[in-house]
Design a protein around this ligand. Structure first.
Ligand code: HEC
Ligand code: HEC
Length: 211
């Protein structure tokens, strides 16, 4: 009795873990070259199945949870100023975007934001701290579809294909800062899980959600 119940529970666990994103990542252990070749436009060496493209769309939905997190969105604003905190209020001290997204001439981001967080964790810091350009603003994009389409649009995203987007998301210091944000809270999805999701999204076709 107990034995068969344990067996059922075990089988259920295996089934659930196969369904999970982690499981799918391990199951689909494609080489890096294949990963590099996957964009929406470049033809994939092995055609992707409908299930794989659907998994790519689902991965983006989870990626979007991070993109919408205050740690990211406070810099990807559509406004003439950065935002701060989880309430995403306007940045204090009348800090402005400025012509080069680095602040007004007399109030440059780098005056206060150093290459690392201040020791007490209050003032955020990472190399080249500045606002994302307006073409990379996301806060006004309500659906995951709209967010994704802007995110992959080379005319807006700094001419990045899927491979370069993956590179940015897994290496750029401003992105990585979100998981060592001093006294603030990081996104709910962990840094390594986020990297896995991003790679999986690209490898399975860098697809955008339908809504
Ligand atoms: C301190 C401000 C800042 C923070 C915090 C920040 N970004 Fe950015 N982001 C930028 C800047 C500046 C650029 C433009 C860099 C470039 O084009 O070389 C950028 C560009 C990007 C791009 C490439 C453009 C695109 O649309 O594909 C992605 C992706 C991105 N950021 C993701 C994130 C994610 C995810 C987070 C949070 C985990 C984040 N950023 C946090 C400032 C920031
Ligand atoms: C006069 C100093 C000063 C200047 C100039 C300044 N900042 Fe800040 N910034 C701060 C301080 C201090 C904080 C922390 C405030 C807090 O959390 O209470 C902060 C917080 C932030 C945050 C919030 C991070 C988060 O997720 O909560 C962002 C984003 C930010 N600054 C971006 C910028 C950008 C971009 C510029 C240039 C356009 C800039 N700052 C210029 C002092 C400054």
């Amino acid at each position: 009795m107990t034995c068969s119940r344990t067996l059922i529970r075990w089988a259920l666990l295996v089934f659930l873990s196969l369904l999970s994103v982690q499981g799918a990542v391990q199951a689909k252990d494609a080489p890096a070259t294949q990963e590099a070749a996957s964009t929406q436009r470049v033809e994939h060496p092995v055609p992707l199945t409908a299930e794989e493209r659907e998994l790519s769309r689902q991965s983006f939905k989870r990626i979007a949870e991070v993109l919408r997190h205050p740690r990211c969105m406070n810099c990807h604003t559509v406004t003439e100023f950065p935002r701060q905190g989880d309430s995403r209020r306007r940045h204090q001290q009348l800090v402005m975007r400025g012509a080069a997204n680095k602040g007004a001439p007399t109030m440059q981001c780098a005056n206060c934001h150093q290459a690392a967080n201040s020791q007490d964790g209050r003032v955020p810091g990472a190399p080249h701290w500045q606002l994302a350009p307006l073409s990379m603003a996301w806060e006004h994009l309500k659906t995951d579809k709209a967010l994704c389409e802007t995110f992959v649009d080379k005319s807006k995203n700094g001419d990045r294909d899927a491979e370069k987007i993956v590179e940015h998301l897994t290496h750029d210091p401003l992105v990585q800062w979100a998981w060592t944000p001093g006294e603030r809270k990081p996104p709910a999805i962990g840094q390594q899980d986020f990297h896995l999701l991003v790679r999986q999204w690209a490898r399975l076709g860098a697809a955008c959600p339908r809504s």
